[in-house]
Ligand binder design. Structure first.
Ligand SMILES: [Zn+2]
Length: 239
């Protein structure tokens, strides 16, 4: 019985439906919620960055299942544009359900399967390098040559995961999730969470959710899990 309760609590944490493990995080750019065990390692990471003249701030931390569900449903209904490889909006009416699913998954996680559900993952930027009034887009050109965050991105690339615990799970496009050079994951926790977020656990949660495209999602949940959830391999830049 105690085992069942523990499994249920784990399932809630893994799919963004609990907040008991979270604590507020504040920095120059604002505030969000993060896993309490990530707060100290992130402070240490910020201190490292500061020594290089980088003001590492969090743009986005924990995101709940319900928030991800609203994002997914708005895109699935065509209320929010979904972009193709070249950055143009798809002709939504022309796509079959299966094509819609993969078009959304390129940019947005399936509710229940976002790494942001865990509180161990965060998107980072440098508001000082950006300058006053800058509107963060979280697009790759901002982190590439000539972008406001090129120094931050280069520094993250050299980062030792052994020393800091942080890795970048989406360094480049590999057929699943688009490149997200700004996304950091605290591997000592997230590695374990990723292993425990199985297709079976996800199926049980999604079956009871008010999810658009649900039948098509459940029909190919194994493939979706392999391509977008089980991120291969976790990059540990710098070792
Ligand atoms: Zn992210």
């Amino acid at each position: 019985m105690a085992r069942d309760r523990q499994d249920a609590a784990d399932a809630e944490l893994l799919t963004g439906r609990s907040r008991g493990h979270l604590e507020p995080w504040r920095d120059e750019a604002g505030e969000c919620l993060l896993h309490r065990a990530v707060i100290e390692p992130l402070r240490a990471l910020r201190a490292r960055a500061a020594r290089e003249g980088i003001c590492l701030c969090v743009a986005s931390g924990f995101r709940s299942f319900d928030r991800q569900l609203r994002i997914w449903n708005a895109k699935a209904r065509g209320e929010r544009p979904v972009l193709d490889d070249r950055g143009s909006p798809w002709d939504w009416a022309a796509l079959a359900d299966r094509e819609r699913i993969h078009a959304i998954l390129r940019w947005s996680a399936l509710p229940g399967a976002s790494r942001h559900h865990w509180g161990t993952d965060l998107d980072v930027w440098d508001p000082v390098a950006a300058g006053a009034g800058y509107r963060l887009r979280l697009e790759t050109d901002e982190y590439g040559p000539g972008g406001a965050f090129r120094r931050l991105a280069a520094w993250l690339e050299e980062l030792s995961s052994t020393a800091t615990g942080f890795v970048r799970p989406y360094p480049g496009w590999g057929g699943g999730v688009a490149a997200e050079p700004w996304h950091l994951s605290f591997l000592p926790l997230a590695g374990d969470y990723q292993r425990r977020l199985t297709p079976e656990l996800l199926r049980a949660v999604l079956a009871g959710a008010d999810l658009e495209l649900k039948a098509a999602v459940l029909a190919e949940l194994e493939e979706i899990h392999a391509r977008y959830v089980r991120v291969p391999p976790l990059h540990t830049a710098g070792g």
